[in-house]
Design a protein around this ligand. Structure first.
Ligand SMILES: *Cc1c(COP(=O)(O)O)cnc(C)c1O
Length: 457
């Protein structure tokens, strides 16, 4: 196929779509450390996790031996409505940059929710339905996850209760309304629905909420009603498993044209899109079958990998969720109001954390004004309006392509374009008006936050 021009978009046919998810942990030599009970500090059992999460998802969460999970037919049918997602050759960007590098991006913004989060939302809703539950609860900050989950729940006829951080609820009314189109109930958090909400409102009247508080409310509502379970859109291993569909499709598309990537790049908030994109490639790397440079990109305002500590920490501010060993800035770390809401998480997937600790991947952090500059450079030639989160990956892909221009190397770069930015126009406006600032936490701020890490023997 070497003389054939690679098409602008490499699509797979329905029959070429992956029919199983890949569990990277099965191939890892050093497995990620187990989740711990926040009170006893003993590994979480399936029974304990089952009080909050659906049974089948608990099984997936705790499984680090089975490499493949067949994707249930019902989920594959839903995937077919918006998948396979295209792998796009960024010919126009290459031309603009005058680089010998070959740039590809896997575009996950091709569905109404506008991001990759739907890949896991539909799986989680399916298992809740199969368990005979009435519904699920969750939190949402910027709104992408809540939107994806609302779509998934309406498809399977499940009730969906979303606790939305109050400041986003007020500032992002359109996101809220999209969720209501799909039948979700959206409650600004903190609310008077829960004990934790009432307590926080009594202590901090007029608070605009936080993700940590919204998580605590969603968990409380789910744990009080046997017909409900709590679901989470990132960080967990079950989410990374479902997101492996991204990497498996990418690899299948590249294999069709015998393309071997040199560098694979993704943005990292809780790590689910990056973990999913790299999964099959990292598997080959661990098994010694191929080698790739793999780069995680995070905001310099929330630098978990690059400046955090690899330690056990709470997954949420309310300290109700299990402890996870991960790169963390401390569960009390409040990142400055970065415009990439989906990357504002103090911790990281424990699987990616282990891989990073083992030197199998790299990480870099970038300031947001550079991210928005890259977003616009990309939009103007490739057309797609990228989400600020995704644009972190664009920034580093462009930087690597420019390095190739200097050295003359024809490297193949693949990056994940996780979503579209239509709901982020206020951020683009700030950027255009020169009102966007770059905040870099000081070493002292990070040290102060890390001083509160739980002591785990
Ligand atoms: C949520 C989100 C992210 C970050 O989440 P990960 O779990 O790290 O993938 C990235 N991009 C978009 C568009 C998102 O909505």
């Amino acid at each position: 196929m070497s003389n054939e021009k690679i098409p602008y978009k490499i699509y797979l046919s329905e029959s070429e779509m992956p029919d199983a998810w890949y569990n990277l942990r099965a191939d890892m030599v050093n497995k990620p450390a187990p989740l711990l009970n926040p009170e006893t500090h003993k590994p979480m059992t399936a029974e304990e996790l089952g009080e909050v999460f659906c049974d089948e998802l608990v099984k997936q969460e705790l499984d680090d031996t089975n490499a493949w999970y067949p994707i249930p037919q019902e989920i594959r049918d839903f995937y077919k409505m918006y998948r396979p997602s295209p792998l796009v050759r960024a010919y126009c960007l290459e031309e603009k940059l005058q680089t010998p590098a070959k740039i590809y991006y896997k575009f996950e913004g091709n569905n109404t929710s506008g991001s990759h989060k739907l890949n896991s939302a539909i799986a989680q809703a399916y298992y809740a339905k199969k368990q005979g539950l009435t519904g699920v609860t969750t939190e949402t900050g910027a709104g992408q996850w809540g939107t994806a989950l609302s779509m998934a729940c309406s498809y399977f006829g499940l009730d969906c209760k979303v606790y939305m951080v109050k400041v986003s609820y007020e500032q992002k009314p359109f996101r809220r309304e999209v969720m209501r189109v799909y039948g979700a109930s959206v409650t600004p958090s903190p609310s008077m629905d829960t004990e934790v909400g009432k307590r926080i409102l009594a202590e901090h009247p007029g608070t605009t909420g936080s993700l940590g508080c919204a998580i605590s409310e969603a968990v409380e509502v789910a744990s009080k009603d046997p017909g409900y379970r709590y679901v989470l859109g990132s960080v967990l291993n079950q989410v990374m498993l479902h997101q492996s569909i991204i990497g498996l499709e990418t690899k299948a598309a590249l294999d069709k044209y015998n393309i071997k990537p040199d560098i694979i790049i993704g943005c990292a908030g809780g790590g689910s899109n990056l973990g999913g994109l790299i999964a099959p490639f990292m598997g080959e790397k661990i098994r010694g079958e191929a080698d790739y440079r793999i780069i995680a990109v995070e905001p310099s305002s929330c630098p978990s990998f690059t400046r955090g500590k690899y330690a056990y920490d709470y997954c949420d501010t309310g300290k109700v969720c299990p402890l996870s060993k991960m790169y963390t800035l401390g569960s009390g770390y409040i990142p400055s109001a970065t415009h990439a809401g989906g990357l504002r998480y103090h911790g990281m997937s424990n699987t990616l954390s282990q891989l990073y600790a083992d030197g199998l991947m790299e990480a870099v952090s970038v300031p947001q004004t550079e991210v928005f500059a890259a977003a616009e450079e990309f939009a103007r030639v490739e057309g797609t309006l990228p989400a600020p989160e995704s644009s972190h990956a664009i920034r580093i892909a462009i930087n690597e392509a420019l390095k190739c221009k200097e050295t003359g190397e024809e490297k193949t770069i693949v990056f994940g374009l996780t979503g579209t930015g239509y709901f982020d126009m206020m951020s683009y406006e700030k950027f255009h008006d020169g009102k966007m600032t770059d905040y870099r936490p000081t070493d002292e701020e990070i040290a102060a936050s890390l001083a509160n890490l739980p002591v785990v023997e």
